[in-house]
Write a protein that binds this ligand. Structure first.
Ligand SMILES: *Cc1c(COP(=O)(O)O)cnc(C)c1O
Length: 358
């Protein structure tokens, strides 16, 4: 039997959500931070239309998509790369710039795929402590060594939902040497309406800013993400992307979705309103949550046993949250904000569960 390369054999498979519920119950998934709402009708129309051209390979340069992104965010289209989900870009960025002997640094409760991508690259993965479930720039800087090639920050964070201001990201950038890559993952950037953009950091040292169509645009199933990168970084990352990485249907849908900012803003506002009511209810029940700037909330319970007990009670009724043991938060559950009736039902069940607790 052929043996895998040692660094691959040593890896655990990537842990997606456990989707098992009690038999016979309709499944309500609050486990994967998918949009509570469908994509823009214009995106659906564009996808349907593009399908008839499926005999041909897609545009390998994502020309329409890049133009739509550049127009919307006032960016230089030449500095944009598109991926089959931002995960493809995270993987390629880490593989391009970190290998055996190098370290990828992230914060304590960071997005799990950073670790996986570092392992795929054969690089060491190190985490710096967070303060109040929030990225701590000083702790990150204190953990930088001569081997640190990449520092990853998801802002807002997943699974914490918290964010740090632009000023902190600038302080982090200023504290790093120019040739350490700062990867800023803004998968939930659209949910922070008042946050100042950080695109300009791409001109200050080696900084990459990533976004996705999977969350606020409701296109997780089509796989599209994008990054804004310095030219020299983009040149190397591009070599590692699959040629023709984004299907013709996905490119058409994502382009139309990007051009329909009004629809996306509506989704963000409705999601925030549902989140506000859900969190207020949780606080009433005695389960306050950290401030979320995303389409999910982290729910801290008393201890890991309480988290398992609450998860079990919800699963028995068909509601799936995400256990946070893999993120160093075994006393927490993470709940995606779904449609209002799902969140009302979830809150009712948590209230009932809480009454059973000593
Ligand atoms: C959901 C998510 C992604 C996005 O993944 P896609 O591959 O674009 O679907 C990236 N980063 C974070 C922090 C996420 O939560």
């Amino acid at each position: 039997m052929i043996a895998a390369c040692p660094h691959v054999a040593a890896m655990a498979p990537y842990a997606l959500a456990d989707m098992t519920v009690a038999p016979g119950k309709p499944l309500i998934s609050l486990a994967q931070n998918e949009s509570a709402f469908p994509p823009s009708p214009l995106a659906i129309d564009a996808a349907r239309e593009a399908l008839s051209g499926a005999a041909l390979y897609p545009d390998p340069d994502w020309t329409d998509l890049r133009t739509a992104i550049a127009d919307t965010h006032a960016l230089n289209p030449e500095k944009i790369l598109c991926g089959a989900g931002s995960m493809e870009l995270i993987g390629a960025l880490i593989q391009a710039f970190a290998g055996p002997g190098d370290t990828v640094l992230a914060s304590e409760h960071s997005y799990a795929f950073f670790r996986t991508a570092a392992q795929i690259a054969g690089a060491a993965y190190l985490v710096a402590a967070e303060t109040d479930l929030t990225v701590d720039v000083d702790a990150l800087l204190a953990n930088v060594t001569g081997n640190t090639r990449i520092v990853c920050v998801a802002n807002p964070g997943n699974p914490t939902g918290t964010r740090i201001p632009r000023a902190d990201l600038i302080r982090l950038r200023d504290g790093l040497s120019d040739d350490v890559l700062l990867l800023i993952d803004e998968a939930y950037g659209e949910f922070s309406k008042d946050a100042e953009p950080v695109w300009d950091l791409v001109q200050q040292g080696d900084t990459a800013v990533l976004r996705t169509f999977s969350k606020a645009y409701g296109l997780a199933g089509l796989r599209a993400g994008w990054g804004y990168l310095p030219d020299s970084v983009a040149t190397e990352v591009r070599k590692l992307l699959n040629p023709n990485n984004i299907s013709i249907v996905t490119q058409a849908a994502a382009t139309a979705a990007m051009r329909d900012q009004i629809y996306m803003r509506g989704i963000v506002d409705r999601t925030a309103a549902i989140r506000g009511r859900f969190c207020a209810g949780l606080t009433e029940v005695g389960l306050p949550t950290p401030d979320s700037h995303t389409n999910f909330v982290l729910i801290p319970l008393k201890d890991p046993d309480a988290a398992i007990s609450a998860d079990t009670a919800l699963r028995a009724e068909g509601i799936l949250m995400r256990g946070m043991g893999g993120y160093g938060l075994p006393h927490c559950l993470r709940a995606t904000i779904g449609p209002e009736p799902h969140m009302v039902r979830t809150l009712d069940l948590l209230r009932e569960w809480k009454e059973t607790q000593p």
